[in-house]
Write a protein of this length. Structure first.
Length: 255
C-alpha cells in the first residue's frame, strides 16, 4: 500500500497534494502486520519509471505527472513515509518496553492505567458534532493519541431528550462520525445535556482527561447569542485542562 492510503494521514495528504484520497485503510489494520517494510525510492527515480510507462499506461502518464505525481508532492510524501515507518518502529518498541518481551502492539479501545514507569497516561477527548470538520478532528486526535500512547475517547452531547430526537440530517451526520471513530478503534460515548460545553468538561474531569480536542467554531452571530458556540465555552470552562482547537485547513476562506 502507499502512504496516502493510511486513514489518519488523509488530511495531511490532502494539504500536500490538493487531492483527497477516498480509498483509505484504518491505522490499526496496518498495525496488525508482524513487519513493516518501507520501500524507499527518490522522486526522480519514481518519475523516470512513470515516464517509461512502468507504472501507468502511456495515455495516463501526462495526467499523472501534472496531478498527484508532481516532484514537490513526491518529496513531501517520501518524507511522510519515512516518518510513518519510524513511528511504527516506535510503537513496537513501546509494546516491547511494556511487556519486557516483543509482541505486536495490542490494539484496543482503551489503554487504561499507567505507563511502565508509573506515570499516568495522557487521556484525549474528541468533541463530536454534526459538522463535516469532525472527521478531520477525529483523525487529528487519533494521531496525537497514537504518538503519545494515550487513551482516546470521542464524545457527542445531544441537547434533546434522546439521540433519536435529533433532526434526521444532524443525527445521520453524528452517527457517521461515531462509526468513523469506532473504525479507528476509538472509544465512543453519547450523553444528554442541555449545556453541551458544561457536559463535555464535566465528563473530562470525571474521567481524568488531560487534553480536549475541539473543532474551530464557525457559528454565526445568531447562534453565538443562542449559546451555540461550544468551542469558546469549552475553552472558558476547561481552564485547568489542555484544550486544542483544530482548524479545518482543507476549507478555503469564505467556504
Amino acid at each position: 500500500m502507499n502512504v496516502q492510503h493510511i486513514e489518519s494521514l488523509n488530511d495531511q495528504i490532502w494539504q500536500i497534494t490538493g487531492i483527497q484520497v477516498r480509498e483509505t485503510v484504518p491505522d490499526w489494520v496496518v498495525r496488525q502486520a508482524a513487519e513493516i517494510v518501507a520501500v524507499d525510492v527518490t522522486p526522480d527515480a519514481l518519475l523516470n519509471r512513470l515516464k517509461r510507462g512502468a507504472i501507468y499506461k502511456p495515455e495516463m502518464v501526462q495526467r499523472a505527472l501534472t496531478g498527484f505525481f508532481k516532484g514537490s508532492n513526491l518529496g513531501a510524501l517520501r518524507e511522510l513515509t519515512l516518518r510513518q515507518a519510524a513511528h511504527e518502529v516506535d510503537l513496537k518498541q513501546f509494546a516491547y518496553d511494556e511487556t519486557r518481551g516483543f509482541q505486536v502492539p495490542r490494539i484496543s479501545k482503551t489503554r487504561r492505567g499507567a505507563t511502565a514507569d508509573n506515570q499516568p497516561r495522557e487521556r484525549i477527548l474528541i468533541h463530536i458534532t454534526a459538522d463535516p470538520s469532525t472527521a478531520m478532528l477525529i483523525r487529528r486526535g487519533h494521531r496525537v493519541a497514537d504518538y503519545l500512547h494515550a487513551d482516546c475517547t470521542a464524545l457527542f452531547v445531544h441537547r434533546t431528550a434522546e439521540l433519536s430526537q435529533l433532526p434526521v440530517r444532524e443525527r445521520e451526520a453524528v452517527e457517521k462520525h461515531l462509526r468513523f471513530a469506532r473504525s479507528l478503534q476509538i472509544e465512543t460515548q453519547v450523553l444528554g445535556g442541555t449545556d453541551v460545553a458544561k457536559t463535555v468538561v464535566e465528563f473530562a474531569r470525571r474521567n481524568q482527561i488531560t487534553q480536549i480536542f475541539v473543532a474551530h467554531s464557525r457559528v454565526g452571530l445568531l447562534n453565538r447569542l443562542r449559546g451555540m458556540n461550544f468551542t469558546e465555552e469549552i475553552v472558558r470552562l476547561a481552564q485547568d485542562l489542555q484544550v486544542t482547537v483544530v482548524a479545518d485547513r482543507s476549507r478555503r476562506p469564505g467556504s
